[in-house]
Write a protein that binds this ligand. Structure first.
Ligand SMILES: [Zn+2]
Ligand SMILES: [Zn+2]
Length: 341
């Protein structure tokens, strides 16, 4: 059997990925497979595995020859278990990848493509620390691909020297990313990445840039973005409101709201992120279900729901607990629960 090139694709399926459209991600994966199957060298050499992560990490497909790969079904859930995904991948590599011994040439050095847009909600630094102590070289080359303008590049830079940024996070952007990915995997299947991991970066398309990590300010402990989970008071839906850090003011500005597909019994999960003071938040994005232009934090159950700024004089009913009361403009800050994005 010829030497295999093991490729682990780590896909962030946290709720924040619904903005760009997880469908875009799914069809891009499909296109990559088509591309690889057309290529005899890749067909013979490349083995793929998919690991998805939200509140937990799962290896949805173990290392499989390209010809036999099934497209993983991608579902959006809260949370970003980056550490869990990395740990699971490293364990899988230990189990699935053949090392070179004195008598036998093993597999090519595995490639890990980490595709994420959020900030991790689990402990991930210890995984990296483990990876870099004890052994001289890492068991794989890691390529981190940050999706969108708000991704925390400093954190990705702690994971690997090779951090790429996908500027346009939409179906077209994902398509370009996976075309590059299949081209890279193809070149890697000739063995070039074994010697030099950056050899794969020659053919980067225009919308994907290699991040100059020297120019990225060190992580200052602040989140780049904040997500709030909001209940529609008119139509029973739940949505995610995204806030972006404004470096100068240190406050967060509302930039988008995305409807959340609610899985029965899985809405309003436990909140593990610290609550945030509402005074740090600027503006509200309209409810994607009913276009209400404002929000209230229920005084009884502490969940957020949409309201109309024109109806502030009459009492509003919380869709979560049914509590009814007046919500005027409040100048005082209050604490709101963050969603895990
Ligand atoms: Zn609404
Ligand atoms: Zn309530």
């Amino acid at each position: 059997m010829s030497r295999r090139l093991p490729v682990y694709v780590l896909l962030d399926c946290s709720e924040s990925m619904i903005g760009p459209g997880i469908e875009g991600l799914g069809s891009a994966v499909k296109a990559m497979l088509r591309e690889l199957r057309r290529n005899p060298q890749a067909l013979e050499t490349v083995w793929l595995s998919f690991v998805t992560f939200d509140s937990e990490a799962r290896q949805v497909m173990p290392l499989t020859p390209v010809a036999d790969v099934q497209i993983p079904s991608l579902q959006v859930r809260p949370g970003t278990s980056l550490g869990g995904a990395l740990r699971l991948t490293i364990e899988s590599i230990r189990k699935e990848v053949k090392c070179t011994t004195v008598t036998e040439k093993g597999d090519f050095r595995p490639l890990i493509f980490l595709i994420t847009d959020g900030q991790p909600t689990d402990e991930w630094r210890s995984v990296i620390k483990e990876l870099d102590t004890g052994t001289k070289t890492r068991p794989a080359n890691i390529y981190a691909i940050g999706c969108g303008a708000d991704v925390d590049l400093a954190q990705l830079g702690e994971i690997t020297d090779i951090v790429l940024q996908l500027d346009k996070v939409n179906a077209d952007g994902f398509a370009k990313l996976f075309v590059w990915l299949s081209a890279s995997v193809h070149s890697a299947s000739t063995g070039v990445a074994d010697a030099d991991p950056s050899a794969l970066l020659d053919k980067l398309p225009t919308d994907i840039t290699k991040v100059d990590l020297k120019k990225v300010p060190a992580h200052d402990g602040r989140s780049r973005q904040i997500f709030l989970q909001v209940h529609c008071s008119q139509k029973r839906g739940v949505y995610l409101m995204r806030y972006r850090l404004d470096e100068k003011s240190g406050r967060y500005r509302a930039v988008a709201s995305h409807p959340l597909a609610t899985v029965a019994g899985e809405t309003a999960k436990e909140f593990r992120l610290p609550p945030v003071n509402s005074l740090l938040l600027e503006g509200v994005e309209a409810c994607p279900y009913c276009s209400n232009d404002s929000g209230a934090n229920c005084g009884a159950c502490n969940s957020l729901f949409c309201i109309s700024s024109r109806n502030l004089s009459s009492p509003s009913v919380c869709p979560s607990c049914g509590d009814s009361r007046d919500y005027g403009e409040s100048a005082e800050g209050f604490m709101v629960n963050q969603s895990t994005g």
